[in-house]
Design a binder for this molecule. Structure first.
Ligand code: HEC
Ligand code: HEC
Ligand code: HEC
Length: 192
């Protein structure tokens, strides 16, 4: 008799526990918190800050890199052919499975874009450094810890990060040499 009541009670308690943990998780989970940050686009990052010799030419290096062309590449007949051969029925530049790596490195959700974000600029600063709406202010940006709390991403495992896109899921992938690739795009601040 006792166990007959006991079991359903345990069941209900367990269910309540699961509900409670998923509920509290939604507050602490950095991914859901991150959705408050918006992508503002490369022009906002370059603005008066990340360009020119004294700052380390981040804008210029990016402009000269293939990352700035990554969306335009999808607008070519060659890209459309790749998409078609893979069985997609949309043009490459409209195919989420292609846009994924050629713009944000993840699925595109238009609600994450500020009006100033222009996806035709391809793999941009924020693709790698996180959506900048909150950390772009100089007062925040100059304090690295504060900037990180506001969405800035600093990559310590650089190679592992690159290979989230530079991998065999890319239809044109042959190989990825991290040292050579980083040398082509590295854009550190000049040492004072
Ligand atoms: C969001 C996805 C993504 C990430 C992350 C990424 N890349 Fe790329 N990268 C691309 C795409 C897409 C292209 C091809 C662009 C094109 O040709 O239109 C590319 C091209 C390049 C090229 C030019 C290729 C060549 O053969 O010259 C270099 C160099 C490069 N990436 C370096 C890096 C490095 C280093 C990292 C890590 C610090 C990195 N990439 C991270 C998407 C990414
Ligand atoms: C393909 C990915 C990628 C793109 C695109 C990219 N960066 Fe970076 N960036 C990195 C990585 C990786 C580092 C080195 C580790 C770190 O600081 O995150 C770095 C370093 C930096 C640093 C140096 C930080 C320091 O303390 O020396 C600055 C500043 C910077 N990036 C700004 C920019 C700006 C501005 C743009 C756009 C014009 C940009 N980055 C585009 C990946 C990228
Ligand atoms: C996993 C990330 C990823 C996905 C998904 C992806 N690409 Fe790319 N794409 C890249 C990278 C990285 C490069 C740079 C060359 C390389 O190493 O693959 C690239 C290069 C290209 C190029 C230039 C080819 C060359 O030889 O320089 C074309 C065209 C292209 N992609 C089209 C597409 C199309 C079309 C789709 C969707 C069917 C797609 N990509 C999906 C990451 C990706």
């Amino acid at each position: 008799m006792k166990t007959k009541i006991f079991l359903p009670v345990i069941g209900v308690l367990f269910f309540a526990f699961i509900l409670f943990t998923s509920f509290t998780d939604s507050f602490s989970d950095p991914v859901s918190r991150a959705s408050a940050f918006k992508y503002v686009g490369v022009d906002k990052c370059a603005g008066t800050c990340h360009k020119g010799d004294t700052k380390g030419k981040q804008l210029e290096i990016w402009q000269d890199s293939k990352h700035s062309q990554a969306y335009k590449t999808l607008q070519t007949p060659e890209a459309d052919k790749i998409a078609k051969d893979k069985g997609f029925t949309t043009a490459a530049a409209e195919t989420p499975q292609c846009l994924k790596c050629h713009v944000l490195g993840k699925d595109i959700d238009p609600s994450e874009f500020d009006d100033s974000f222009d996806k035709t600029q391809g793999v941009q600063c924020e693709t790698c450094h996180g959506p900048g709406s909150e950390y772009k202010k100089l007062s925040i940006m100059k304090d690295k810890e504060l900037a990180k709390q506001n969405g800035l991403i600093i990559h310590t495992e650089k190679e592992a990060f690159c290979t989230t896109c530079h991998n065999s899921e890319s239809p044109s992938f042959k190989s990825f040499n991290y040292e050579e690739a980083w040398a082509k795009i590295q854009h550190s601040k000049p040492k004072d």
